[in-house]
Ligand binder design. Structure first.
Ligand SMILES: Nc1ncnc2c1ncn2[C@@H]1O[C@H](COP(=O)(O)OP(=O)(O)OP(=O)(O)O)[C@@H](O)[C@H]1O
Ligand SMILES: [Mg+2]
Length: 215
């Protein structure tokens, strides 16, 4: 299938990499370093309402979020290159050996200590900036990028969920304290589910102990 992008020519969708609740993700024939996310045609009812009523420009929101990230955390986020109403063009993380990086969900358990230290560091920086991304730590939204044989780092590939605009509307998420609570709830769930080095964390992690240095 071919897609015509605004001011960027035509691309050819290749293989479907995976999908989430909102978007299907494809590799493209013209460039192995990027992937395309396309709003699903068979999207669920709740997601459809969310897109129609609250977030018709969801891809542009993600592009704007990427562009406005503080410099000290930007490297943890997979770059959004181009956004249209139904299409988003982004990078595709690759490991040191040339293989495509896999998500935490695909790995199931990760023991690499450098990876988990970086996960903790990313959360500490986000907490410092009070940027409460809710779902970046979910297993399907974080990639384990192997930068060398024994050094892995987290890369967030889906960071569109921020604020109260989900469906059903969670009005409590207008409050910063509630955003913070949700951020750490999902963070702790991920540590419990995927971390094979739990001694690195003082569980449950919260905004008080997140800044502790991991030895
Ligand atoms: N940049 C990427 N590189 C490799 N795989 C990716 C990339 N982006 C997405 N994927 C794969 O596609 C899946 C769906 O993408 P994404 O999470 O952005 O969709 P979504 O529908 O917005 O997600 P959600 O259900 O979390 O709202 C991811 O879980 C991941 O497996
Ligand atoms: Mg996702």
């Amino acid at each position: 299938m071919q897609l015509k992008l605004k001011k960027r020519g035509t691309i050819t969708l290749d293989k479907k990499i995976s999908n989430g609740n909102f978007r299907d993700c494809y590799s493209i024939k013209e460039d192995s370093q990027i992937c395309i996310k396309k709003i699903k045609s068979n999207i669920g009812f709740k997601q459809k309402l969310q897109l129609k009523l609250l977030r018709p420009q969801i891809n542009h929101e993600e592009l704007n979020l990427y562009n406005s990230l503080p410099n000290d955390i930007k490297h943890y986020f997979n770059p959004v290159i181009h956004a249209e109403k139904n299409i988003l063009v982004s990078g595709r993380p690759v490991d040191y050996d040339g293989n495509y990086s896999k998500t935490l969900l695909q790995h199931k358990k990760v023991s690499n200590e450098h990876f988990w230290r970086e996960v903790k560091r990313s959360a500490s920086l986000l907490a410092k900036h009070k940027i409460w991304f809710f779902e970046i730590y979910k297993g399907g939204n974080v990639v384990v990028k192997k930068v060398s044989k024994d050094k892995f780092i987290p890369i967030f590939i889906d960071y569109k969920h921020i604020g109260w605009k989900s469906f059903p509307i969670q009005i409590n998420l207008l409050l910063d304290s509630e955003k913070e609570r949700k951020f750490f709830r999902i963070f702790n769930k991920t540590i419990k589910r995927y971390c094979k080095a739990p001694h690195l964390f003082d569980l449950p992690v919260n905004s008080k102990n997140i800044h502790q240095i991991v030895i």
